[in-house]
Design a protein. Structure first.
Lengths: 542, 124
């Protein structure tokens, strides 16, 4: 069942009020109308009666005061009077009775059968007549006006009065009773009442129609607003009320404010959704990174275990071979023991390098930063590696070194230079050449290309060279090149550690090389201007 | 005529130790230090057994094994993986390729000898 809407309620209430009001007004007017009509009728009948009395005074006096009715002419007049002449022919008058002062009936028109007194009716102000209601045998009602016939009131000639010896008193000579047919009166009234009711009904109907139209017009923006509110409540946040925006009343305010509210709600909601989406994305990203990191870690563990197992395998295998040797050959025995020794060193170095790298990457390495001359470091490297170079017949060529101050951990920097020069010696063919030089540079290098004052160290060799696609890979952990050199392969962590150390010093390390054209490893470090005291310390330290 | 064993490993020291063990048992040895050479030698020499490392630069031992097993003339060569990749998942992958045996490094020369005899002296 449809619940009653606001329009229905408004129409229903105004209908009730209008109908009650119409009924009240109609009832009141009908009453007033009846009253007026009654008084009007009474007055008119009375006026007619008085006129008639005046016009027929002589005959009335004769009739009332003269007992004898012998004279033929007089009798005729009385008869004429007894018919009560034209009075009875007047409108609504049903019967006329002429009574003398003793209450004796002297003349009358035909009187309805069984006419008796029924009750009093309203008095009419300013009237000399008594009015009462009569009823006959047929239950027909009559208003009866009893108008006294007065000497003074009849306008009768005083001479005539004297002639008849009528004292000029106010005594009534008799009275004229006029019966007015109530039914006829009522029927006339009914026409008027009907018209009044019709008019009232028509007006009420008109008012109802107007009220319906008006209510609907008033309520429409509210109904539409309610519909929009329902849609918003169901999640259609972009819906807006479009009806009633132009209204300049409270409803207009309501609609406009409602739309503003909906705007804010929507923007808050979309903002929230956006935020949630953003956060979800961030979380997904973080999750992906964690997964990648986890995979990286797992790969790392797997690679480390592989790298540790490799030297261990040689050690274990040769140890067992030596133990089980059926015919020991001193030459072979010594060679296998050397391999075991070498592989043990490799294992030790690998573990040390791994620990180093882990410390650097986790940020737990204790850096001993101080003002250092890079030239010194290269010279120390030279001293350390010259014997190794000589052994392979390699010419180690160090360019003339100018002092270049840098802020660095000198031990770690030494590690970098040793590694680069050591690699160069290792990969050079016998009789090859390794060159080391140092120069100023204005950028950090090809990677970040940060402008500034830098010092660049370059280590060149004329070894086999490195193809372009491996230029970055060689700095990755455990990468040992597609064609692994059989001569004392490292663990594949050396360059990774070099890069970590140089990065910590805000420098860059990279390689320029092509197969067959040797390799050129470079690294840069930010230059540092020496203070006077530092310079003296440097000089003294030499 | 003695059986031929093809050994492939990129680590020269390990290669040398395996060669020593196999030779001591009286088998002929062919060596390769990368996957490509191993594949080429297997197709030309038809060894009676192969000892393959998995993690090598270039073609991996698993790839070599798959290629050999996919060709009718080389699919009959028994293959033993000798690898430092010691996780169960790796072993499973090795067996799925058609390997006969999966030995984890560091290996025991004594155990290897035993397996060699079992595999080579049973086949006619």
């Amino acid at each position: 069942m449809r619940r009653p809407g606001i329009t229905g309620k408004l129409v229903f209430y105004s209908l009730c009020i209008l109908v009650a009001l119409g009924m009240g007004v109609t009832l009141y007017s009908v009453n007033q109308l009846r009253d007026l009509r009654y008084q009007d009728t009474v007055r008119r009948v009375e006026a007619q009666t008085l006129n008639w009395i005046e016009a027929n005074s002589e005959r009335i006096i004769l009739l009332l005061e003269v007992p004898s009715k012998d004279k033929p002419e007089e009798k005729r007049q009385i008869e004429y009077l007894a018919n009560l002449g034209d009075l009875a022919t007047k409108e609504w008058i049903a019967y006329v009775i002429l009574m003398d002062s003793n209450g004796q009936l002297r003349a009358a028109t035909p009187i309805p059968d069984g006419l008796v007194y029924y009750g009093p009716t309203a008095e009419v102000q300013g009237s000399k007549s008594r009015v009462m209601e009569m009823v006959d045998a047929k239950r027909l009602h009559y208003f009866e006006l009893a108008t006294p016939v007065l000497v003074s009131g009849t306008g009768m000639n005083p001479d005539l009065g004297a002639m008849f010896e009528i004292p000029a008193t106010s005594r009534a000579l008799g009275e004229v009773r006029i019966g007015v047919d109530r039914k006829q009166f009522e029927s006339h009234l009914a026409v008027l009442i009907r018209r009044t009711i019709q008019l009232s009904a028509a007006l009420v109907l008109l008012a109802i129609v107007a009220s319906v139209l008006f209510s609907r017009r008033m309520v429409k923006p509210i109904t539409l607003l309610a519909r929009v509110a329902t849609q918003i409540a169901h999640g259609e946040l972009s819906t807006r009320a479009s009806h009633g925006l132009e209204l300049k009343d409270e409803v207009g305010d309501l609609v406009r404010n409602f739309n503003q509210m909906a705007d804010r709600l929507e923007s808050l909601h979309t903002g929230l959704e956006e935020k949630v989406r953003e956060r979800t994305q961030q979380l997904e990203e973080a999750n992906r990174k964690l997964q990648d990191l986890n995979k990286l870690k797992s790969d790392f563990v797997s690679t480390v275990s592989h790298e540790l197992r490799t030297p261990l395998t040689s050690i274990k295998a040769f140890a067992e071979i030596l133990l089980d040797a059926r015919s020991p050959n001193p030459g072979t025995q010594r060679r296998y023991l050397e391999i075991i020794n070498k592989e043990s060193d490799r294992l030790t170095r690998l573990i040390a390098e791994m620990l180093d790298l882990t410390k650097i990457e986790s940020g737990t390495l204790d850096w001993q930063m101080s003002c250092t001359d890079l030239g010194d470091i290269i010279r120390q490297s030279e001293e350390l590696l010259v014997p190794q170079a000589k052994e392979k017949g390699i010419e180690l060529e160090i360019a003339e070194l100018q002092p270049h101050a840098v802020m660095a951990d000198s031990d770690r920097l030494q590690q970098v230079v040793n590694n680069l020069v050591g690699n160069a010696i290792k990969f050079c063919p016998e009789g090859g050449r390794v060159q080391v030089c140092m120069e100023r540079a204005s950028t950090s290098g090809p990677g970040n290309a940060i402008e500034g004052e830098y010092v660049r160290v370059v280590v060149c060799d004329n070894g086999p060279g490195i193809p372009l696609e491996e230029h970055e890979k060689i700095f990755e952990r455990f990468y040992q090149g597609a064609k692994r050199s059989s001569v004392g392969a490292g663990a594949g962590l050396g360059l990774t550690i070099c890069r970590a150390i140089i990065s910590h010093h805000q420098g860059e390390i990279w390689v320029d090389s092509a197969p067959g054209q040797g390799s050129r490893f470079s690294f840069t470090l930010p230059r540092r201007h020496l203070t006077g005291a530092e310079f003296l310390t440097q000089q003294a330290g030499r | 005529m003695s059986k031929v064993v093809l050994i492939c490993d990129d680590e020269p020291c390990i290669l040398e130790s395996v060669c020593h063990v196999v030779r001591e048992e009286g088998y002929n040895v062919i060596t390769a230090d990368n996957g490509e050479d191993a594949l080429r030698l297997a197709r030309t020499e038809f060894p009676d057994l192969m000892l393959l490392d998995i993690m090598m630069p270039g073609r991996s031992g698993l790839a070599v094994c798959r290629e050999l097993k996919s060709s009718a003339e080389t699919s009959g060569i028994p293959i033993i993986f000798l690898t430092a990749m010691g996780q169960e998942r790796d072993a499973q992958e090795g067996f799925e390729c058609g390997a006969m045996e999966f030995i984890t490094k560091p290996y025991s020369p004594r155990a290897l000898r035993k397996r060699l005899h079992e595999l080579l002296d049973q086949t006619p």
